[in-house]
Design a protein around this ligand. Structure first.
Ligand code: URA
Length: 181
């Protein structure tokens, strides 16, 4: 099984009955190299991602690019994906059964990449890795062996203070990665 196999499986599966899968324009499986040291995990694609089939290409994605730069990383060196691989209608939050339907694909991606750090963005993505953890408490810190949560960049788009926190956390992420060398 390769990352391409997983992407193909996501794009071609039919009849699951899950609303995002039925209504999206494009699936967004995620992208990046199989030997990435960092996997970034968002919640679900938005409108720009739905249009292009690529993760984090809208405004939140531009901020993510700055965060990667602050961490000393190149976008093409990290694997970027979402918990849910299809845009929920109207950008609503994914429902629990939808998350459960998509979760095996995320697990399979993580099994292949085996990153040094998994970076959930925001509280929804964090919940899948550390139920009960609060993003306001754990952002910018190592949780367990390899979890390094950050606030979701979309939350910082209109909040300059949060943006400063995110940039500082991204630098801490870079430092953490150095330590793991
Ligand atoms: N927000 C997300 O959580 N994921 C994307 O791919 C884009 C915006």
């Amino acid at each position: 099984m390769t990352l391409d196999d997983i992407a193909q499986d996501i794009r071609t599966h039919t009849g699951c009955g899950s609303e995002p899968c039925e209504t999206c324009r494009n699936f967004v499986p995620g992208e990046g190299p199989a030997d990435a040291r960092v996997v970034i995990v968002g919640e679900a694609p938005g409108a720009s991602e739905d249009r292009t089939g690529r993760p984090f290409v809208g405004n939140a994605g531009k901020l993510l690019d700055s965060l990667l730069e602050a961490a000393g990383l190149l976008r093409e060196d990290v694997f970027i994906t979402n918990v849910v691989k299809a845009r929920p209608p109207g950008n609503r939050d994914p429902k629990a059964p939808e998350v459960a339907h998509h979760r095996p694909w995320l697990e399979a991606q993580l099994e292949i990449v085996e990153p040094d750090l998994v970076v959930p963005l925001g509280r929804h993505a964090l919940r899948h890795f550390a139920a009960g953890a609060q993003i306001s408490k754990v952002h910018g810190t190592l949780v367990g062996e390899r979890l390094f949560p950050l606030y979701h960049p979309a939350a910082a788009l209109h909040n300059p203070r949060l943006r400063e926190t995110l940039i500082a956390d991204a630098r801490a992420l870079g430092a953490q990665l150095q330590q793991k060398n």
